[in-house]
Design a protein around this ligand. Structure first.
Ligand code: NCD
Ligand code: ZN
Length: 410
C-alpha cells in the first residue's frame, strides 16, 4: 500500500532492508536515529486537531468517536455539510448532535462564510461559543458551492470587521477557483494565487486572527512566516507525506488542496522541524464513502428494442476530494514525522500547544495522550458502515493496510 503514495515508496524499501535499527525508516538519517532511538513512548498534553470533517447521519456516528480513538481531545469542526452551516442556529444544532455521539470530545464549532452572513450573525455566533468562520472557494472542494467566487473577499469586509472586533477566527481554504481558459489558474497554482488575498485581508484587518488551512506550498509557508503571528497555518499529516505523484496515482491520494512538488513538501517538513509555533496540526480528515472515492463503471443488462439483451454502461462520476486520518491521527502523525525526518520532540508543540495557544484553550491536566512504539501495527483497510439509505459502504483511511510503528497507550 505504501507504494501508492509517492515519496513513501522509497522509504518502504528502506524499511524492509534495515529491520535491525530502532526504527528502520530512520536509517537514512543519523541525527534522527540519535533523537528517536531513545523514545519508546511520547506523551502529548491534550492533542488538538484544528481542522476535521465530522459529516452527518450514520457517517457522523462512525467517524466522530474515531477522533478520540485517534488520540484527539479537542477538535475544530468544519461546517461544509449539506446544507452548510450558514447561520449560528445551524451550528448550535449540529454541536448538539456531535455531543450526543462523543460527549467527551471538546468541540470548537464553526460557521460557513456566505454572502448571507451579517455582522449580527457574528455577534450571535460569538455569544453562542462559535469559534471561527470558514471560507471556501466556490466549487473547489466538497460542498463549496456557497463559497467565495470570482467576486473576491472585499464583499465580506463588514463581516470581517465584526469578526476582528469579536476576536473570532477566520479560517481560509486558501485556493482560488480554477480559470484555466482565462488567467490560467489551475489546481497546481491555486494556493499560490490565493496568497495576495491573505495578505490583503491581513492588511485591512490587522488584528483579525486568521488560519490559512492545510497549506501545501513553499510559497504559502513563506507568506505566513512573513506575516504577524495572528496569521497562522495548519498542516495535515498527509501533506507531510504525499507529493503530486501520490495525489495522481490513486484517487485515495486525492484531496484539496492537492499535494504539490517535493520542494513544497520539503518546506512543510522544514517549518514543522524547526518548531515554528505558527504552524500546527489540522488533519483535514475528510471521510467519503468508497463509492465516491473509487467510483466504478456500472454495467447493467437491459433489453433492446428487438428483445435482445444489451449492456448499458454508466460512466463513473468524478472522485471525491478528501483523505481520512481521524481514526489513528496521533500515531499516524508520529509515523509520518519519523519518515519525514522531523524530531518526535516536535509532536507536543505541533499536535497540542501551538494550536491551543492560538485558539486560547490551554491543555488541561489529566488529558495527556501517550503513544508507544510497536513492532508494526496495520492501519485498518476500511471501516464499514450503513449509509442513511441502508446501503453498505466503506471509508478507507490514509495508508490503509500499511504498517505504522506507533499506537495509543490505552
Ligand atoms: C474536504 C471535504 O471532503 O469536506 N475535502 C478535501 O479534499 N480536503 C473539504 C476541504 O477541506 O477542502
Ligand atoms: Zn477540510
Amino acid at each position: 500500500m505504501l507504494g501508492r503514495f509517492s515519496g513513501f515508496s522509497r522509504l518502504a524499501i528502506t524499511r524492509s532492508a534495515a529491520t535491525t535499527l530502532a526504527h528502520p525508516l530512520s536509517s537514512t538519517s543519523p541525527r534522527f536515529i540519535a533523537s528517536t532511538a531513545m523514545s519508546a513512548s511520547i506523551t502529548i498534553p491534550s492533542p488538538f486537531d484544528a481542522h476535521v470533517h465530522l459529516r452527518q447521519g450514520n457517517m457522523m456516528k462512525l467517524v466522530t468517536p474515531h477522533v478520540e480513538q485517534g488520540g484527539i481531545k479537542m477538535a475544530f469542526v468544519m461546517p461544509n455539510l449539506i446544507p452548510p452551516l450558514t447561520v449560528p442556529e445551524h451550528t448550535f444544532a449540529y454541536v448538539k448532535e456531535l455531543q450526543a455521539v462523543a460527549p467527551n470530545l471538546h468541540i470548537l464549532p464553526s460557521l460557513y462564510l456566505t454572502n448571507q452572513l451579517t455582522p449580527e450573525h457574528i455577534r450571535q455566533a460569538k455569544a453562542g461559543g462559535i469559534v471561527g468562520v470558514k471560507s471556501y472557494p466556490r466549487g473547489v472542494t466538497t460542498n463549496s458551492e456557497g463559497g467565495v467566487g470570482m467576486e473576491g473577499y472585499a464583499v465580506y469586509d463588514e463581516v470581517f470587521a465584526e469578526m476582528e472586533k469579536q476576536d473570532m477566527v477566520l479560517n481560509l481554504h486558501g485556493e482560488v477557483p480554477s480559470d484555466v481558459d482565462g488567467d490560467g489558474t489551475c489546481v497546481l497554482n491555486a494556493e499560490e494565487r490565493f496568497l495576495p488575498h491573505l495578505r490583503e485581508i491581513n492588511r485591512k484587518f490587522p488584528k483579525l486572527r486568521i488560519v490559512l488551512e492545510h497549506c501545501t506550498t513553499a510559497a504559502a509557508v513563506e507568506c505566513v512566516k512573513s506575516l504577524p503571528s495572528n496569521v497562522v497555518a495548519t498542516i495535515t499529516p498527509h501533506h507531510l507525506a504525499l507529493t503530486i505523484d501520490g495525489a495522481c496515482s490513486t484517487s485515495l491520494g486525492f484531496c484539496k488542496p492537492l499535494a504539490k512538488f517535493p520542494s513544497d513538501r520539503n518546506a512543510l517538513r522544514a517549518v514543522v522541524r524547526e518548531g515554528n509555533p505558527n504552524f500546527f496540526l489540522g488533519s483535514d480528515s475528510a471521510p467519503h464513502p468508497s463509492s465516491s472515492k473509487l467510483p466504478a463503471l456500472q454495467v447493467a443488462q437491459v433489453k433492446g428494442a428487438d428483445g435482445s439483451t444489451e449492456e448499458e454502461i454508466t460512466l463513473p462520476s468524478p472522485c471525491a476530494a478528501g483523505i481520512y486520518t481521524s481514526s489513528n491521527l496521533i500515531p499516524l502523525t508520529a509515523e509520518i514525522f519519523e519518515r519525514s525526518d522531523i524530531p518526535l520532540e516536535r509532536m507536543q508543540g505541533f499536535c497540542s500547544k501551538f494550536g491551543r495557544d492560538f485558539y486560547g484553550f490551554p491543555a488541561e491536566d489529566g488529558e495527556e495522550v501517550t503513544i508507544k512504539r510497536v513492532e508494526g501495527k496495520k492501519v485498518e483497510k476500511a471501516f464499514k458502515y450503513q449509509t442513511d439509505k441502508g446501503e453498505d459502504e466503506y471509508i478507507i483511511p490514509f495508508m490503509a493496510g500499511d504498517k505504522i510503528g506507533w499506537e495509543i497507550v490505552a
